[in-house]
Design a protein around this ligand. Structure first.
Ligand SMILES: [Zn+2]
Length: 123
């Protein structure tokens, strides 16, 4: 049994966002650890709702083994894996939240944007 509270982050692999994102989630949702499930440009991938079995399996491990009660889907500025406008990222994040919510995992799902100063905000 894992000690401490966990959240689950479905996030781009970009090294610039990992620490700001994990810190923001810990501070705002009172968790000790953030499990990170990373893919390049993951907001687009999840929004398109295709080929998500691997991500879904990893989310399941985080929820079942670590008792995570929160899934955070994010997108970020200057994303090499999904090089679209900020507005398009926000649309992808919103759609991703719908897709993850449709998995019906019984946990809270939120979406966040990481801006050009690596500040995190709710979408
Ligand atoms: Zn990225």
């Amino acid at each position: 049994m894992a000690e401490g509270k966990f959240a689950t982050s479905i996030t781009c692999m970009d090294g610039r966002i990992q620490i700001p994102l994990a810190n923001w989630i810990k501070e705002n949702y009172s968790v000790d650890y953030v499990d990170a499930i990373t893919e390049p440009g993951v907001d687009k991938k999840v929004a398109e709702n295709q080929d998500l079995e691997s991500i879904k399996t990893k989310v399941g491990i985080s929820i079942n083994a670590h008792k995570s009660e929160l899934i955070v889907v994010s997108g970020h500025y200057d994303c090499a894996g999904n090089p679209v406008s900020n507005e398009a990222h926000i649309a992808h994040i919103k759609k991703s939240m719908e897709v993850v919510t449709s998995w019906d995992l019984g946990v809270k799902v939120i979406g966040v944007w990481v801006d050009d100063n690596w500040n995190v905000s709710l979408v």
